[in-house]
Design a protein around this ligand. Structure first.
Ligand code: DLL
Length: 433
């Protein structure tokens, strides 16, 4: 039988949801006007006043917020409450000097955890489950969000964080974990290692997985489900809006329900910024109507997807988003970590290399690989193997500290990368997702 964490709201009628959204939106716009001078200025520039916003139908009148605004207002410029009312920060995994930092009041954390609890129950979780959380804990939102949600459901929670794969498997076996939360690529790797250790699906106690933070294909879902003998559910979210749980999959495994009582979703044309009708593919824009500390209004996610209001067999009425199909900017997500080509470029240039480089991303055995290929300058060029290895080691170390993940480095002879006459092709993404 379908389980809900907050059935009344998760299954509310469309009219009821609109009513709740309108009421909260009016309040939120006033809150932001009064407390966030940065956004108030944006409203003034657009000639919009709080009185102009009477319901969700007026949403389109409000200005957008983008990652560039977040960087400009870094770190405290978008705070909606005094700092002493904030109890936590989280931050995006991408580091460009100025990271995106999101703030939370206790109330914000509470509602975020509710969203994650909804996701866990939609995946079949109850208080009898043992929930193994292998998302990273720390500034990344994955671990903390699902941890809070798991507590709310009443699961026995295992906050193991990521890494140390054999230990993860030992805990899953010894504690008879039933729900696994991690990135889909890590789930695939865990599955592979379990196979190597001789465990078939029947030896693995897990029944469900809640996988997100990066794009993954339907094929990958099927493969993980088969290896571990589980049902694998998608979960979506972003730091700016709290973290995981903005949307989640239900038993139908056919699109993710957006928690519409907290987040109003729109799809826009990323070029014209025009709002598109239901079913159109475009950029996902969210308005967080409950967030106190970091109240995002019309935040452009850069994620490209579609929305549908078709009836869902699980009984939930909240709008569903399809899997994000790509991003309208250049950010790469490698092993769940956000990587900007510009960060790699910075490391290369800081080490005396030119801008002749290529970033080759692939997926080998279900794990993302990152190969940074860069030409040596004629001055550096040598056939002294020891010297080349030294250089490679130095670059790998610097890339690891900039990106937080390991990259392979290939040093090439000068002029070996094809020059481009138009825009340079920096990223070769061979992953088929
Ligand atoms: O990845 C939050 C999260 C943690 C979601 C754990 C799900 C599970 P950020 O690091 O800020 O936050 O990255 C947000 O990741 O804009 C998408 O491009 C991408 N993303 C997140 N979930 C999915 C998903 C977390 N299910 C960015 N499918 C977002 C595809 C996803 N892309």
């Amino acid at each position: 039988m379908e389980q809900y964490f907050q059935q009344e709201i998760e299954c509310a009628s469309y009219e009821k949801i609109r009513e709740i959204q309108s009421e909260k939106l009016v309040k939120q716009v006033k809150h932001v006007w009064d407390n966030v001078p940065y956004y108030r200025k944006k409203m003034e520039d657009k000639g919009v006043k709080p009185e102009d916003i009477k319901s969700v139908d007026d949403l389109h009148k409000l200005p957008f917020l983008s990652k560039a605004d977040l960087r400009e207002a870094y770190p405290y410029g978008l705070l909606g409450v005094p700092k002493d009312q904030c109890v936590r920060i989280h931050s995006t995994s991408g580091t460009t000097g100025k990271r995106v930092i999101a703030f939370y009041t206790q109330h914000d954390l509470d509602l975020w955890e509710d969203c994650c609890a909804r996701a866990i129950m939609a995946a079949g979780g109850t208080k009898d489950d043992v929930c193994h959380i292998a998302y990273g804990f720390g500034l990344f939102t994955g671990g903390a969000g699902l941890n809070g949600g798991s507590h709310k459901v009443g699961c026995l929670t295992v906050p193991i964080s990521s890494g140390n794969t054999d230990r993860q498997i030992m805990f899953i076996k010894d504690l008879s974990a039933t729900i696994l939360c991690c990135t889909p690529s890590y789930a695939a790797y865990l599955g592979e290692r379990m196979q190597e250790l001789g465990y078939g699906p029947d030896d693995i106690p897990l029944k469900a997985g809640i996988f997100g933070a990066e794009a993954w294909s339907e094929e990958m879902r099927q493969s993980i489900q088969k290896t571990m003998g589980i049902k694998a559910f998608d979960i979506y979210g972003l730091t700016e809006l709290s973290g995981p749980g903005v949307a989640f999959e239900c038993s139908a495994q056919n699109g993710m329900h957006i928690n519409e009582d907290h987040f109003i979703a729109e799809i826009i044309d990323p070029e014209t910024e025009e709002v598109l009708p239901e079913g159109s593919q475009g950029e996902l824009v969210f308005t967080a109507v409950d967030k106190e500390a970091f109240p995002m209004i019309r935040y452009r996610t850069r994620d490209i997807c579609t929305l549908t209001r078709e009836k869902c067999s699980c009984g939930r009425t909240h709008v569903r988003m399809g899997k994000p199909m790509g991003r309208s900017d250049d950010m790469l997500i490698i092993r769940g970590v956000n990587v900007f080509p510009s960060e790699i470029e910075t490391v290369l240039l800081n080490n005396g290399y030119g801008a002749n480089y290529q970033i080759v991303v692939d997926r080998v055995n279900n794990t993302d690989t990152l190969d940074v290929q860069v030409e040596m300058t004629p001055e550096m060029f040598t056939d002294n193997v020891g010297e080349i290895e030294e250089r490679q080691k130095k670059l790998m170390g610097d890339l690891k500290s900039m990106l937080g993940i390991k990259a392979k480095v290939s040093l090439l002879a000068p002029k070996s990368i094809t020059r481009s006459e138009g825009k340079a092709v920096r990223v070769i993404d061979k992953r088929k997702i």
